[in-house]
Design a protein around this ligand. Sequence first.
Ligand SMILES: [Zn+2]
Length: 144
Amino acid sequence: MIHALLYYALFFGAVGAIAGGSWLVWRAFERSGPEPKHLYEAFRYVWVDCYEMDWEQRPRLIFVHGRSFNCAGQEVAGMSQYNAITVAMEDDDTPLSSTAFAHELRHQARARKGLPTDPGHKAPDWAPGGIVARTNEELRKRGW
Ligand SMILES: [Zn+2]
């Protein structure tokens, strides 16, 4: 799994370097397949309504289809990087509530609130019944 992470980091590092370093930073959305369903509603709902964040401070989103990788060894197919999250989509119809979308956005929200990003998932945010689980449940209820 760590090899996949390294490969991914190297790939995007190389692409970013080739394009003068700005490619990844300035692209609002990067994806290797169709846009997830209900993306904009779900993004605004999670970021603004659930995490009480400023919409203008939202991170960039990267969706990777047909690949998975773990966030700090957890059973979560996503990563949180500087000002961006990467979310694995098992297939094109994967609902966002079944992905690491809310989980990785929580790392970004914590950083912007001045809290530790908590890569080891020690905060109550990640626990059963915590804000990430409750947010995913709300997404599920909405069919997102
Ligand atoms: Zn995580």
